[in-house]
Design a protein around this ligand. Structure first.
Ligand SMILES: Cc1cc2nc3c(=O)[nH]c(=O)nc-3n(C[C@H](O)[C@H](O)[C@H](O)COP(=O)(O)OP(=O)(O)OC[C@H]3O[C@@H](n4cnc5c(N)ncnc54)[C@H](O)[C@@H]3O)c2cc1C
Length: 432
């Protein structure tokens, strides 16, 4: 037996023992999440000093198998736990880790990402929200948009311009913003699924302590790139959740953890169905209900979907394998996350097409009137957003072209021009 499999056996035995002894379905969810977070079994690939066990990602998979075997629910899967907490582990300071990690991973605090602006999406580095220093504080003015989960968030990770006199990517810094601070106003936006999933956020003289700068002043672009790469990783099936993280769906912390675990199992199946991971199960169900397996075009589309999902699955395995080779496991997913995100979006669209074809005229129905409670209709309306969120498909291709294929960077006017010159005459959210 090699050393690695011996270690895997030891980890499996230890995790099994812990979950068998500690998991109690009657325990309130908040209490369970805090226990799990403090034990290090919740995010086993994180460093031991910060709520992990320092295990490589493939052994973290072993731990998750043991958790699932015990029937226990895992730590909440939010933007905060999956992207911002790992970012704070790798780029925050000890004070920030002490203050923010435990409430985040134990489900007490939700985060939003305050990056996009009305005039800065793909070209995020051209953003105009400004932060100016005032003693021990920074004062922030500007507007963000498409901020998922902002009204329910306790904190936001915000990027703002701290130096307008250097080229656009060099004058940015990142801050933790308390969403309850004076001067923060959120206005929810409705999506075509009918839900209020994201918001505009207005910042009017919002004060942030200097201790809440994440990373170095002027190096915020690096923080942004890491956050987006972590977020893309979550969107793909490599996350293991088979779906996106929804800030708005955190269950109440006083509910029995066992009830939430049961709902999670059902939800995970549903989530996996509508992303790349479990689409074939949905297609089989639809074919059983409505027929169509003998239709030549449907058969072509089903086989095409299957091939795409296999590519997604192999790419996820390769992504995990490349992470194993990294020195600090679990962090810095790199351009592989761009490939995963592109493939997952395509897989969702291929699934949508074949599912609607099988449903035929019934596909025009909506919500409770539609087949299977409207799961295909929801996918139909939500899937276009996968090509936009966390950086559009075109931007992912630019990343792959430059960082994987080594092609020259795309022509850009202004790469070396100070931001103020590029934006002369345009309105900005400058400090008063
Ligand atoms: C569901 C969802 C959730 C989101 N959540 C958040 C959030 O929580 N926080 C947040 O800050 N933002 C969030 N966003 C915003 C998202 O990050 C932006 O919408 C995205 O980056 C695109 O920016 P934009 O909408 O301004 O489009 P634009 O940048 O204006 O792009 C318009 C079109 O031009 C193309 N294009 C632009 N530049 C290039 C280029 N250089 N090369 C080739 N093509 C190009 C784009 O691909 C796109 O097709 C969310 C978006 C969605 C859909």
């Amino acid at each position: 037996m090699d050393t690695r499999s011996t270690l895997a056996d030891e980890v499996r035995a230890e995790a099994r023992d812990w979950f068998e002894r500690q998991w109690d379905p009657a325990r309130p969810l908040g209490e369970w999440w805090e226990m799990l977070a403090r034990s290090g079994w919740g995010f086993p690939s994180w460093p031991q000093a910060w709520f992990g066990r320092g295990l490589p990602p493939d052994l973290a998979v072993v731990v998750n198998e043991e958790r699932a075997r015990a029937g226990a629910t895992g730590l909440p899967e939010t933007l905060g736990t999956k992207a911002i907490a790992p970012l704070l582990v790798s780029r925050g300071d000890d004070l920030q880790r002490q203050r923010y990690l435990l409430p985040t991973i134990s489900g007490q605090a939700i985060w939003c990402e305050l990056f996009s602006e009305p005039g800065a999406g793909s070209d995020l580095a051209s953003l105009a929200t400004r932060a100016g220093r005032d003693g021990d504080e920074w004062v922030i003015n500007g507007q963000k948009v498409w901020s998922s989960g902002a009204p329910v968030s306790r904190w936001g990770l915000l990027v703002a311009r701290t130096d307008p006199d250097v080229p656009k990517q060099r004058g940015l810094s990142c801050f933790v913003v308390d969403m309850h601070s004076a001067g923060v106003e959120t206005r929810p936006l409705r999506t075509m699924t009918g839900e209020y999933k994201f918001s505009e956020v207005f910042l009017d003289d919002v004060r942030v302590p200097a201790t809440d700068v994440v990373g170095e002043i002027g190096r915020g672009w690096d923080v942004v790139k890491d956050t987006l790469a972590l977020e893309r990783k979550v969107i793909g099936p490599a996350s293991g959740s088979g779906g996106m993280v929804d800030n708005n769906r955190i269950p109440a912390l006083d509910r029995p953890a066992g009830d939430v675990a049961a709902e999670e199992r059902a939800g995970r199946q549903r989530g996996a169905m509508v992303t790349g991971a479990g689409g074939m199960a949905l297609v089989r169900t639809l074919l059983e209900c409505f027929g169509g397996a003998d239709d030549p075009v449907t058969r072509q589309q089903v086989a095409g979907l299957y091939c795409l999902q296999e590519v997604v699955r192999y790419t996820a395995l390769r992504t995990r394998a490349s992470q194993r080779r990294r020195e600090q496991p679990g962090f810095g997913p790199g351009p592989a996350a761009s490939i995963m995100k592109l493939l997952t979006g395509r897989s969702a669209i291929a699934l949508r097409q074949v599912a609607l074809r099988i449903e035929g005229p019934r596909g025009m129905l909506f919500a409770a009137d539609a087949p299977l409670g409207g799961v295909v209709q929801k996918l139909t309306l939500a899937s276009p957003s996968m090509a936009i969120m966390a950086g559009t498909d075109e931007i992912q291709k630019n990343i792959i072209a430059e960082r994987v294929l080594g092609l020259p960077p795309e022509p850009s006017s202004g790469r070396d021009v100070p931001w103020r010159q590029l934006h002369a005459g345009r309105p900005t959210g400058g400090p008063r």
